[in-house]
Design a protein around this ligand. Structure first.
Ligand code: 2PG
Ligand code: MG
Length: 405
């Protein structure tokens, strides 16, 4: 159905970053969607907002290029946004605007036509397992916290999404107890995504999360895998990985051995961004040497051309999909399609600064995702998780992802 109106408003993410809220009217229905924002962003992501911030975008946005466009045609919405944004990098409006208009068009079309949001994407849907950040460091937490950005859990043995969400919440609670055993003065601080932010070394953090996962897994008889997002581009300086909090610098070869070691020592099944964002070769080498999901986030930035390049040498076996890294649902769909064709697991992800809308779940299902990375607690995280559980309840025919690791 035709887009009849687009209205942009200024808004903020959970971290207080400026962002854009878009209301799109399609037929007689309308939907409002707000864009999230990242902190550990990849070099090849589109800009979040151009110079001048949300006010400049709102004043200059030429909505006439979208009026009359068929909202069910993802490509047509993308093309309209390219005209307004200056190019497929959306430099005049930012990824935030492209995201909010594109997702709001999809949601409004679903409402207007009575179809499901996930079905409008046009790929084979799956119910992903939630992948939750339980302990944080790096750019998402303060000084004294681990160098590694995220310690993650995913209950891939759960019988449904709701059980998996519950188990991740239990792991999160258990991690707090473990931190308190180590540091009785722990004040309960959390980082940007609701993960605990404590004064710990990486190794202490690994031990704590491993113990918490093992306890919950054993008590409930459900397999829960452990993972990390190393966000290595944020550690990489002048050709070495600088673990500043630990006071150690690792060369590329040392980083490779270190990552292999932590995968073995802690039985990690998910490792995101273990190397700098341009080091496709090291991703490929690690993927050959271990049995775990090796996932490119800053490496790929949801960018089709980068994945085409990486897939040739099998750099990683999983990709992070974040629509706002690239702009629109259409571009992200092409990226997901290419990932599936090359045997990559798709992990649809939130951003560290996010919003209380739950549409990430619809997108994760529609993109055929293995996992949905969306934190564990906090309103902006729970909204997505509960929406995932509801889709799982309502869509008995859509299978849950079957773990390959
Ligand atoms: C990441 C994300 C989300 P940010 O690195 O994967 O966890 O963080 O949104 O800051 O890029
Ligand atoms: Mg990441």
């Amino acid at each position: 159905m035709e887009i009849r109106d687009v209205v942009l408003r200024p808004s903020y993410t959970s971290r207080g970053d400026e962002t854009i809220e878009a209301t799109v009217q399609v037929g007689s229905a309308s939907a409002t969607v707000t864009a999230p924002a990242g902190a550990s962003t990849g070099e090849t992501e589109v800009v979040h907002l151009p110079k001048g911030g949300f006010n400049t975008v709102i004043v200059n946005f030429d909505k006439s290029k979208l009026i009359g466009v068929d909202a069910s045609d993802l490509k047509a919405v993308y093309e309209g946004l390219v005209k307004i944004g200056g190019s497929d990098r959306f430099e005049k409006i930012g990824g935030a605007t492209a995201f909010s208009v594109s997702v709001a068009s999809l949601v409004a079309e679903a409402l207007a036509s009575g179809r499901k949001i996930f079905s409008l994407i046009g790929l084979e849907p799956t119910i992903p397992y939630p992948l939750g950040n339980v302990l944080g460091g790096g750019k998402h937490a303060g000084p004294g916290s681990p160098d590694i950005q995220e310690f993650l859990a995913s209950p891939v043995g759960a019988k449904n999404a709701f059980e998996a969400i519950t188990l991740n919440i239990l792991v999160h609670k258990e991690v707090r107890k473990e931190i308190e055993k180590k540091d009785p003065t722990f004040a309960g601080g959390k980082g940007d995504e609701g993960a605990w932010a404590a004064k710990l070394t990486d190794e202490e953090a690994f031990d704590i999360v491993r113990r918490a996962i093992d306890k919950v897994s054993k008590e409930h008889g459900v397999r829960i895998i452990m993972g990390v997002d190393m966000a290595s581009s944020t550690l990489y300086e002048n050709g070495v990985y600088n673990y500043a909090r630990k006071g150690k610098k690792l060369t590329r070869e040392e980083q490779l051995s270190y990552v292999e070691k932590i995968i073995n020592d802690y039985d990690l099944k998910y490792v995101e961004d273990p190397f700098n964002e341009d080091d496709f070769e090291s991703f490929a080498e690690l993927t050959r040497s271990v049995k775990a999901l090796i996932v490119g986030d800053d490496l790929y930035t949801t960018n089709y051309e980068r994945l085409k390049k990486g897939a040739q040498i099998k750099a990683g076996n999983g990709v992070i999909l974040k629509i706002n890294q690239v702009g629109t649902v259409y571009q992200a769909k092409l990226f997901a399609e290419l990932a599936h064709k090359n045997g990559y697991a798709v992990i649809t992800s939130h951003r560290s600064g996010d919003v209380c809308e739950g549409y990430l779940a619809d997108i994760a299902v529609g993109m055929g995702s293995a996992l949905m990375k969306s934190g564990v607690v906090g309103g902006e995280r729970i909204s997505k998780l509960i929406r995932l559980a509801r889709i799982n309840e309502q869509e008995a025919n859509i299978p849950l992802w079957r773990s390959t690791v």
